[in-house]
Design a protein around this ligand. Structure first.
Ligand SMILES: NC(=O)c1ccc[n+]([C@@H]2O[C@H](COP(=O)([O-])OP(=O)(O)OC[C@H]3O[C@@H](n4cnc5c(N)ncnc54)[C@H](OP(=O)(O)O)[C@@H]3O)[C@@H](O)[C@H]2O)c1
Length: 283
């Protein structure tokens, strides 16, 4: 792994380095009174090297993209911007129109990585065609998908142009290990990055008693242990969402936590890896 502004990076299939720790934005932009704090949190995250920002047209009906637009104003070049098109918009024409609306809200000319949010009824080939047009027109730099299970991924990469997919954004944390059975190994074998969403299970797992002794050993918090665990494998990018400055700083420091074999064994005991295939979980 290389270093970029002091932060560990991984390479997209296209060869571009991106930070292994980014910032999520789900639920940002929902409450106008909170937007100032959300913008400040994202800006601090950029200052600390968490320059990959994940958003979507779905979040707060475009409100999250507006918050991101405000946060990156004047510093667009520092940021690797990820957004997503809803499946119902993902037709050849609909994808292009959705992207143009997102660009407007984000206040930028191009999205670095544009994802299909999940698979709907539009044939994947149509969405790929639209992504290719958007790339040709300079409106997106790369494309990828989210919430696609292994059979969908096999189908996707076999389609014309499908092998240009850069990532599959998936639910992954110690309580959601189903992808370790086949989708994660398949992805890493195909040099496809996996972007782990809800990496701290939206906070629900942080009180698990198994995390406490490990956190104490590292003088860390349970959230830092969980993030370090998610990012333990090259090719996985964690995108925690934090709208408070303290959480942003805490998450950044998770990159300094080095889990030992004993820690990993204790985490396996508390949160066992899958013993059989499981259909893909989504939030
Ligand atoms: N592709 C998809 O279908 C999909 C689905 C879900 C999420 N996502 C993306 O992934 C991102 C992350 O997932 P998520 O937002 O669902 O959940 P998450 O990142 O696992 O958890 C976010 C929650 O944890 C809190 N938090 C953050 N850092 C913390 C820390 N160090 N200690 C304690 N609590 C902490 C946040 O609080 P504060 O905000 O108060 O700081 C927020 O309530 C999303 O924001 C979105 O960009 C994608």
């Amino acid at each position: 792994m290389a270093a970029l502004s002091g932060i560990r990076t991984t390479e997209l299939p296209a060869g571009e380095a991106v930070p292994v720790l980014g910032q999520g934005t789900w639920a940002m932009g929902e409450d106008a009174r909170k937007c100032k704090d959300e913008v400040a949190a994202l800006r601090l995250g950029i200052d600390l090297g968490m320059t990959l920002i994940d958003t979507a047209e779905m979040y707060a009906n475009g409100g999250a993209e507006q918050v991101v637009g405000e946060a990156i104003a004047g510093r667009r070049a520092e940021v690797f911007l990820v957004s997503k098109v809803l499946p119902e918009n993902a037709s050849s024409r609909g994808t292009i129109a959705a992207c143009e609306r997102s660009l407007q809200r984000l206040g930028t000319d191009a999205i670095d990585l544009y994802l299909l949010h999940w698979r709907g009824s539009v044939p994947l080939a149509q969405t790929i065609e639209a992504f290719e047009t958007l790339m040709k027109d300079g409106k997106i730099r790369h494309w990828g998908v989210s919430n696609l299970d292994i059979d969908d991924m096999v189908e996707l990469v076999a389609l014309p142009g499908g092998d240009a997919c850069q990532t599959n954004q998936l639910l992954y944390n110690p309580t959601r290990r189903g992808i370790e059975w086949d989708l994660l190994p398949w992805s890493l074998k195909h040099s496809m990055t996996v972007m782990a969403y809800s990496p701290i299970e939206q906070g629900r797992m942080l009180r698990n008693p198994a995390l406490l002794p490990i956190a104490a050993r590292h003088d860390a918090t349970p959230a830092q242990i969980v993030l370090a665990w998610v990012m333990r494998t090259d090719g996985i990018i964690a995108i925690p969402k934090a709208s408070t400055l303290a959480h942003v700083k805490e998450n950044r420091a998770a990159l300094d936590v080095r889990l030992t074999d004993d820690d990993l064994a204790a985490l396996d005991a508390a949160f066992p890896p899958p013993k059989a295939p499981k259909s893909l979980e989504m939030l």
